[in-house]
Ligand binder design. Structure first.
Ligand code: 5GP
Ligand code: MG
Ligand code: MG
Length: 180
């Protein structure tokens, strides 16, 4: 365990078991439909990579970066497109992969955008769900794990761009982000 981590909430084995299950379910639902899987940068990258490897048919991958957070731990409530999709979603079966849904502001914006662009269907799959943080009404179709209303890092989730490479989800020691 990294020295900055106070507690591991979800270990590598739990993560990988869940991802295998999500991959299997998506395969069953989307086989033969060539879904467009959209990962929200940068947090969803490890999740997207691992889920895609468990999807047992063709899929297309694209990424976009929509940000409502700065480098701190509190949402600014503001959504910005940093990088748009390369692919047209029109008529496609779209699956959005997210690292975590907290306030729901970011995803809410993305969902309207993708519906507005004419996707045939849309499914929201998040690795983590933090329902206590919700500021808009949003229930994911699939949530790997429910987490308490605490700031978590690892497996894509950062604090000041660090810790995305941890293979588990954990909570930082308070002294690491003291004063931000
Ligand atoms: P929302 O718009 O739902 O509040 O937050 C969306 C984004 O904020 C997430 O995709 C993630 O990048 C970031 N975020 C929300 N909660 C956490 C958290 O507990 N830890 C980290 N590292 N990022 C978070
Ligand atoms: Mg994200
Ligand atoms: Mg972040």
């Amino acid at each position: 365990m990294h020295n900055d981590i106070q507690q591991v909430l979800i270990d590598e084995e739990q993560l990988q078991n869940k991802i295998r299950e999500i991959g299997r379910d998506l395969t069953e639902e989307y086989k033969g439909r060539f879904p467009l899987v959209i990962g929200v940068l940068k947090g969803a990258l490890p999740f997207m990579s691992d889920v895609a490897k468990r999807f047992d048919d063709h899929l297309e991958m694209d990424v976009m970066d929509v940000s409502s957070y700065g480098s701190g731990t509190v949402s600014s409530g503001e959504v910005k497109i940093i990088k748009d999709l390369d692919t047209s979603v029109k008529g496609r079966d779209v699956i959005i992969l997210e690292d975590i849904i907290d306030s729901g502001v970011t995803l809410n914006y993305l969902i309207s955008m993708i519906q507005h662009r004419g996707a045939a269907s849309l499914k929201i799959v998040t690795l983590l769900d933090k329902p206590e943080g919700r500021q808009v009404e949003l229930v994911p179709d699939t949530a790997g794990f429910t987490v308490p209303d605490e700031f978590v890092v690892g497996y894509g989730l950062d604090y000041a761009e660090k810790y995305r490479n941890l293979p588990y989800i954990g909570i930082l020691k308070p002294e690491i982000y003291k004063g931000s």
